[in-house]
Every structure is written in C-alpha cells, then in structure tokens.
Design a protein around this ligand. Structure first.
Ligand code: KG4
Ligand code: ZN
Length: 348
C-alpha cells in the first residue's frame, strides 16, 4: 500500500488527509478555527498556532481511522511549508517531520498555492488542458496558466488586497459576521446587484493583475455618505449584492479574457472565494458564451484542505531519495519575482 498523508496548517484550518496510490481521497479531515477567530474579525496568528497544536495529533488519527489504515501503511508525508503564517506553518511542518522520521518515510514540503491548483484535478482528474485557473482566497488572488497538469505560470496577481480580503473587509464595514465571504454571499441573494454602481478596478486594463483596495474605499465612502442622508433605512442586502457583483465581475472578466488570450480549453476557480455562488453562476454562463469547459470544484476542495496538499506532494515523494530534515516554514511566496518562469508542481 502506498498511502500519502497530507498536512495543512498554513492559516486557520488544521487539515489532515489520506490519498491512496492512485491519488484518490480516502479521508479528508478538517478542524476549522473560524468561530474562535470570529470575535476578532480576522485570524489571530498566535491563537491559530495554539489551536493547530491542540488538534493536529487527534486529527491525524481520525484521518487514518476514516481511511481505515494505520501508520505503517503510509509511504510518505506531504506538508504545507509556504506561504502562510509562520507560527501556524511550523506546527504542521514539525509534526510532519517528527512523524516521518519516526516512521522512516519521506517528508515533502508543499507550496500551498500548488495545492490549490491540484484541487482542480482532484475535482476532475481528466480536466482538459491547457487550462486557466483562478486561485482566489483570503490571502491570494492569482491567475495560473496551466499548459499541462503539474506545470504552471502565474500571469497575474493582486497588487493590494486579495479577493477574499475584499469580501472580509467589506462585510466588516457592512456590520456582517466573519468570515465575510459567506456572509455577503448569503445576504446578496436577497439584494439588487445593480443598486450601487461600485467601481470594477482594473477590469479593462491589459494586465492580468488585480486591485481591490479602491473598491473597498468606494464602499467606505458610500456608507459614510449614506449615513448623513435622512432617507429610508439603508438596504444592506442591496449594497452587499452590489459590492459582491463588482468583485465577481472583475474576477470573471480577467479569468475569461486570460483564457481566451492564452487559448485555454478549460477555466477553473479554486480557493475559498471559489465557493461564492454568484461567481460560480456568472463564470458558468461566461464559459458557455465563449465555448470553454468550466470546472467548479465542490466547496470542500475550494477552501483549505489537506487532500490538495497530499496531491501536490505525491510526485515529489515518489522521487525523493531522502528528506530534508532542515525543511523550514516560509511565510512568503517567491513567485512574484519570478513570474515569467514556468514552474513545476513539487519541484520548486
Ligand atoms: O482558501 P481559504 O479557505 O483560506 C485561505 O487560504 O485564505 O479562503 C478563505 C477566504 C475568506 O476570505 C472567505 O471570506 C472567503 O474565502 N470565502 C468566500 C466564500 N466562502 C469563503 N468568499 C466569497 N463567497 C463565499 N461563499
Ligand atoms: Zn488557501
């Protein structure tokens, strides 16, 4: 048996998963800390690390139990070592190294964003390439050109806030709960997306980079100006729907334009924001209009999970002669300085 254990602790989700030798998910356990961070309106790094430490051992046992295997069946361990909160990453990295050392099996470092890319193939192992993928989460908004599975190039990213951050900060201004994405998504279903004409930053620029800080400011000024108007009570649902529409329009436009320019066959979205119902609907319609296939992974593969980490580390584990026991946690993503280069998953 050649099972791979995946471990993910880069932010506020402790996750452990088991994949079989064919890359199929046998278990995918998750312990979300969302409720603990909610009172602070965002992730508190030290709290995240402490919660990871408390839950990682039991979650690993759960993942093995759900997969109906024991430690001796594991062939290797893949763990997220970048990018993310360093204290949070260190918990997963050190746990993975200690376990791999004790079991005498390889331990492979995985780039979290490469995990998100692989989650599109977990959703559809036959996903047609070339493909254009959007990774949109709380920390990242990246357009990845994927000529074939396992190779990718980032062709655009956010110059300021990530799309998920725009949702979270916008929700806070609207008095909604954390995390803001699901809260805006739910409320927007009862609102008019054309109620406020918020700006669509960079939507027509030639570059594939994103910028969401101006939109956030536009919401702030809109709310400030509305407060002094003694009109009817402000319809938060209408404002939320309009704000969401602006983010979604930018994401759909840039992703589809990049796909056409690069002559992709498929478009896909991954990362927490990919769970957004309006984004999924509008992207599906756009893909149909321009004749491309679209893969919308199920929610459990959109948000952070360890199955995607195991999937991204599988190839590396197969080729590894020995582990780098000095493997460190790295907070940043080097790719920004190296955007022109094609990268290979698991070989960075
Ligand atoms: O990928 P993820 O689980 O963690 C990170 O790596 O950041 O993404 C979390 C982000 C949060 O900003 C959250 O508000 C957003 O994804 N999100 C959504 C939705 N569900 C989660 N944004 C919009 N609509 C949603 N339904
Ligand atoms: Zn993520």
């Amino acid at each position: 048996m050649s099972m791979i254990l995946g471990i993910e602790t880069s932010c506020d989700e402790t996750a452990v998963a088991v994949l079989d030798g064919e890359g199929r998910i046998l278990s995918n356990e998750l312990n979300s800390q969302v409720e603990e961070h909610a009172p602070y309106g965002g992730v508190v790094p030290e709290l995240a690390s402490r919660r990871h430490m408390e839950s990682i051992e039991a979650l690993t046992q759960n993942a093995l139990d759900s997969a109906n295997i024991s430690f001796s069946h594991l062939k290797g361990i893949a763990v997220t070592n970048r990018p993310g909160l360093v204290g949070a990453l260190l918990v997963g990295v050190n746990f993975a190294k200690a376990l791999a050392y004790a079991l005498n099996i390889p331990c492979a470092p995985v780039n979290h964003l490469e995990g998100h890319i692989e989650s599109a193939w977990l959703a559809d192992p036959y996903l047609p390439t070339p493909a254009m993928l959007l990774i949109a989460s709380g920390g990242h908004t990246h357009l990845a050109w994927v000529p074939q599975r396992g190779a990718y190039q980032f062709i655009g990213w956010t110059l300021d806030d990530a799309a998920g951050e725009a949702f979270d900060k916008g929700a806070k201004m609207l008095g909604l709960s954390y995390p803001g994405g699901p809260a805006i998504d739910a409320l927007a279903k009862h609102g008019d997306p054309h109620f406020v004409a918020f700006p669509r930053p960079n939507i027509h620029s030639e570059s594939f980079h994103f910028s969401f800080s101006g939109l956030k400011t536009a919401l702030r000024y809109y709310l400030r100006d509305e407060q002094i108007k003694p009109r009817f009570p402000l319809s938060v649902a209408d404002v939320a729907a309009s704000y969401q529409e602006a983010i979604v329009d930018v994401l759909v436009e840039k992703l589809s334009r990049a796909a056409l320019q690069y002559k992709a066959r498929t478009i896909s979205i991954v990362g927490g924001v990919a769970a957004n119902s309006r984004l999924r609907l509008k992207l599906e319609n756009r893909a149909q209009d321009i004749g491309l296939s679209v893969i919308l992974p199920p929610h459990f593969l959109c948000t952070d999970n360890a199955a995607m980490i195991a999937a991204a580390g599988r190839k590396k584990i197969r080729c590894m002669k020995q582990s780098d026991w000095g493997m460190d946690a790295i907070s940043t993503l080097k790719v920004k300085n190296n955007s022109a280069a094609m990268s290979k998953i698991s070989y960075l």
